[in-house]
Design a protein around this ligand. Structure first.
Ligand SMILES: NC(=O)c1ccc[n+]([C@@H]2O[C@H](COP(=O)([O-])OP(=O)(O)OC[C@H]3O[C@@H](n4cnc5c(N)ncnc54)[C@H](O)[C@@H]3O)[C@@H](O)[C@H]2O)c1
Length: 433
């Protein structure tokens, strides 16, 4: 598939169109301002993964089950919850059944694998959507056990999918495998949305609107993502052999946003440097895990800084920093075009957009209270599944599988470039010693 063929995807998250998808920001409304989708028919859903992204945690605002409950109301029927950790799955279900959303979960069955569910599924239980929130090491490939998308396409042709980011964390040479999965999704016109929810921020859609209405060409994207490492207590996150490192697992959100504004990246142009865990400046005093349990070659860098060219000629840069303590992250994305700058600040907590336009050297500041991109992401997916009208202003899936594979490839290119630079500098140091 050529780069130009890969560019853009239709509003259903499958197939190719020349239109770069965006949503009128005024259509992104908070959860308490929408009415449930009309109709009395059940909307069957299968959840894959019973963890934080699906049922929430103290670590952040994510919680897909909660958004689906609000979007679908009494129509939501979770027919199956798939998770090898049966106890965890049973415990989260019990909590739901003890609450006012019991009608969605009272008949949910728990299985270790999707195949176990398929074997015993009745025709009444056939899902309309499958929400995948298992860890990325179990997805995005054709290797048995890590091939959930292919299993879904095989057992449930025509059923919509939602897949969490990143699409995989396997070895770099499996990226072609992920492109093959993307092609099957496109060829079968399967509705598919990937969890790059920051694209659904009102602020991000306002930036898109400014670019479109003023016919701007992006000249540069400058992104910075500083996480609060003290709050990251999952040992896997700190282990490159498990989660592939902080660019592929976490920085991916900002690499994706950079691509959303800058367009396709010239992968061969990517350069990067890192500050490694063993370097003096890389020592961290408040880690909540014991890093000595992780093999030294798998420990993550503390800083990764990358630059690249977009196919358009524009230049992008991204710095990921593992340095802050406490809980709040500090993240910013700047987008420049002739006469314009747009700076998105604090997208996870309270998004603020600073806009400078021709004719005024002062920035206008817009604060986005009450914005819930996780809800907008789920809401648009459900509307696409239900919608049969061809309304050009209708819901959009803003992150297709194919597009998400390109972000994945890009993040691998940053990691590879930083490791090449790290190895070259160690070699230079050894030679001069
Ligand atoms: N978009 C976001 O902001 C956001 C936020 C949090 C997590 N995520 C993503 O969601 C995914 C899951 O993260 P999490 O925080 O929920 O992890 P988690 O560890 O809390 O939960 C994952 C669950 O999946 C289960 N699981 C393991 N293997 C499985 C398999 N083969 N099939 C089904 N279930 C399996 C585990 O037992 C666990 O219960 C990751 O890709 C992560 O990057 C995205």
């Amino acid at each position: 598939m050529s780069v130009s063929e890969r560019r853009g995807s239709d509003r259903r998250g499958s197939g190719i169109s020349s239109r770069r998808p965006s949503i009128d920001p005024s259509r992104l409304v908070p959860m308490d301002k929408v009415t449930h989708v009309a109709g009395g028919d059940d909307f069957n859903v299968v959840f894959i993964g019973a963890g934080n992204i699906m049922f929430g945690s103290d670590e952040g605002p994510w919680n897909h089950s909660f958004r689906l409950e609000h979007k679908l109301g009494r129509r939501l029927k979770v027919v199956a919850l798939i998770d090898p950790a049966i106890e965890r799955a049973t415990a989260v279900l019990q909590k739901k059944c003890d609450s006012f959303v019991v009608s969605a979960y009272q008949d949910t069955r728990v299985f270790k694998t999707l195949e176990d569910f398929v074997r015993t599924m009745s025709s009444r239980e056939r899902p309309r959507a499958i929400i995948v929130g298992s860890p990325p090491m179990f997805r995005g490939s054709s290797t048995p056990g890590r091939d959930i998308e292919l299993q879904i396409l095989n057992h449930f042709p025509g059923v919509a999918m939602f897949i969490e980011k990143p699409i995989a964390t396997g070895p770099v040479d499996e990226i072609d495998d992920a492109y093959r999965i993307a092609k099957i999704i496109n060829d079968t016109k399967t509705i598919c949305s990937v969890g790059y929810m920051l694209r659904y921020l009102k602020a991000v859609q306002m930036m898109k609107q400014i670019i479109q209405e003023n016919n701007l060409t992006v000249m540069s994207t400058i992104a910075r993502y500083a996480c609060a490492y003290q709050a990251i207590a999952k040992p896997d996150w700190w282990d490159k052999s498990k989660s592939a490192g902080p660019i592929i697992e976490q920085g991916t959100h900002f690499c994706d946003l950079s691509r959303y504004f800058g367009g396709e990246v010239d992968i061969s142009s990517v350069q990067a440097h890192s500050l490694e865990w063993h370097e003096n400046a890389g020592r961290l005093s408040k880690m909540s895990i014991d890093e000595t349990n992780i093999a030294s070659e798998n420990r993550i860098p503390r800083v990764t800084a990358a630059t690249w060219k977009y196919d358009s000629g524009a230049v992008g840069s991204f710095t990921h920093v593992v340095a802050l303590q406490g809980t709040d992250y500090s993240c910013e994305l700047e987008v420049y075009a002739d006469g314009y700058s747009m700076k998105l600040v604090n997208p996870y907590v309270l998004p603020v957009l600073y806009i400078r336009k021709p004719g005024d050297d002062n920035e206008t500041t817009i604060r986005f209270h009450d914005d819930d991109p996780f809800f907008s992401e789920i809401s648009n997916l459900i509307d696409i599944i239900e919608d049969i009208e061809e309304d050009p202003e209708a819901a959009q899936i803003l992150s297709s599988y194919d597009d998400a594979v390109r972000t994945y490839e890009f993040t691998w290119a940053i990691r590879d470039a930083s490791e090449r630079s790290r190895d070259a500098s160690s070699k230079r140091a050894a030679e001069s010693y």
